[in-house]
Design a protein around this ligand. Structure first.
Ligand SMILES: NC(=O)c1ccc[n+]([C@@H]2O[C@H](COP(=O)([O-])OP(=O)(O)OC[C@H]3O[C@@H](n4cnc5c(N)ncnc54)[C@H](O)[C@@H]3O)[C@@H](O)[C@H]2O)c1
Length: 353
């Protein structure tokens, strides 16, 4: 039995608690969160409650810790785990800024303590199947990709004031997942250009963005995102894997290569019937069914294996830092109206806010 603890029992922390409690190979040994709701949750679940996570880590000495705290607390919490040799699953983004992410990377790599970053989509059946198809060469070299995350958040979502101010917008909350998937499937991002808009909600922070991406392997991509537009085109709907959204089967990401094309999450793989065919010849399509597994359960199972030191994290701290830096590059590209490279974001982490 792998003994896990939870740091932060808010919206997503409660989901993690339920997942751990329901898993046959893991136990929840305690949770740390000073809120009265968290204390009641601990009582209901019958697990030890702490207001202070350092005391919990010292007393329980768990195999792994799930960090579901507000972003700015990710770095101190991760370092507290690393110092004690405790593997951690840190919710996304890895940290509030690249400088803090770099501290986690350094701590984790120096101490040899694994950190898994909670970009759960990499554990989902559709993204796993897409990765397999790409790695098997079924699409050939990727040439062009395009994706969408378009959905409409309700007005009361913005009662939390931080969501209306810089850093609380659709880029850092949502686009970061899409950027992580693009890096995972297509390859490292070299540079980005972007426009952002707040024309519809009128908050200080962006609600909509369009992004152009150059990947290091030569592929090009575009992405549009809005939290104020009605559509079924968002992984949260199309995958059927999100925690709080209805299932709306269909595509939200399109990948096209020299040999074939794939739409995700409906998982149609398109290609010509013969290798010698060209644009005037018909395309045939195959359906690639997912394996029926659940994304968050898969993520937890992977973390259990990481905590037992059986596997390396699928998204380690360095990888999570690059996803954060590429997402912040989009914000900077829009703000400064220029092309921003990933390497400049990583070279000067203190400025990469
Ligand atoms: N992967 C996903 O799909 C996903 C979804 C939602 C949130 N998140 C991420 O999870 C993290 C938490 O988000 P949330 O929506 O659950 O936030 P939340 O505000 O609902 O929960 C945060 C909790 O942390 C507690 N807390 C604050 N300071 C603490 C401290 N010093 N020690 C212990 N507990 C403390 C708060 O009392 C609160 O219960 C964020 O980083 C967010 O980006 C990820």
């Amino acid at each position: 039995m792998t003994r896990l603890v939870l740091l932060g029992a808010g919206l997503i922390g409660r989901e993690h608690a339920d997942l751990v409690m329901g898993h046959p190979d893991a136990s929840l040994a305690g949770l740390a969160d000073p809120s009265p709701e968290a204390e009641r949750l601990a009582e209901r679940l019958g697990v030890a409650h702490y207001a202070d996570y350092a005391s919990m880590l010292d007393e329980i000495r768990p195999d792994g810790a799930i960090v579901a705290l507000p972003n700015r607390l990710h770095a101190p919490a991760a370092l507290a785990c690393i110092e004690r040799g405790i593997a951690c699953l840190i919710e996304k983004p890895i940290a509030g800024d690249v400088a803090d992410a770099a501290r986690i990377v350094q701590g984790s790599e120096r101490a040899g303590v694994p950190v898994l970053v909670g970009h759960q989509r990499r554990h989902s059946p559709d993204i796993r199947a897409a990765k397999r198809a790409i790695e098997a060469g079924e699409l050939g070299d990727l040439v062009a990709v395009s994706g969408m995350t378009l959905f409409d958040k309700p007005a009361n979502y913005f009662d939390a004031q931080w969501r209306t101010r810089a850093g609380g917008g659709v880029l850092l909350i949502n686009l970061i997942h899409d950027i992580d998937v693009l890096r995972h499937l297509v390859g490292e991002i070299e540079s980005v250009r972007a426009f952002t808009s707040n024309a519809h909600r009128g908050f200080e922070v962006e609600d909509t963005a369009s992004i152009a991406i150059r990947f290091a392997n030569g592929a090009l991509g575009t992405f549009v995102i809005s939290d104020n537009a009605v559509s079924p085109w968002a992984w949260e709907y199309t995958s059927g894997q999100a925690l709080y959204h209805p299932v709306q089967p269909g595509p939200s990401l399109f990948l096209s290569g020299r040999k074939g094309a794939l739409s995700v999450s409906d998982m149609y793989l398109w290609r010509h019937a013969r290798e010698t065919d060209h644009w005037q010849d018909p395309l045939v399509r195959e359906h690639r069914a997912g394996d029926g597994s659940r994304t968050y359960v898969n993520q937890l199972e992977h973390f259990i294996a990481v905590a037992r030191r059986e596997v390396d994290p699928l998204i380690d701290a360095r990888d999570g830092m690059a996803t954060l830096a590429a997402t912040l590059a989009v914000a900077r590209a829009a703000r400064e109206d220029r092309t921003v490279t990933l390497s400049e974001m990583l070279a000067r982490p203190a400025e990469a806010a």
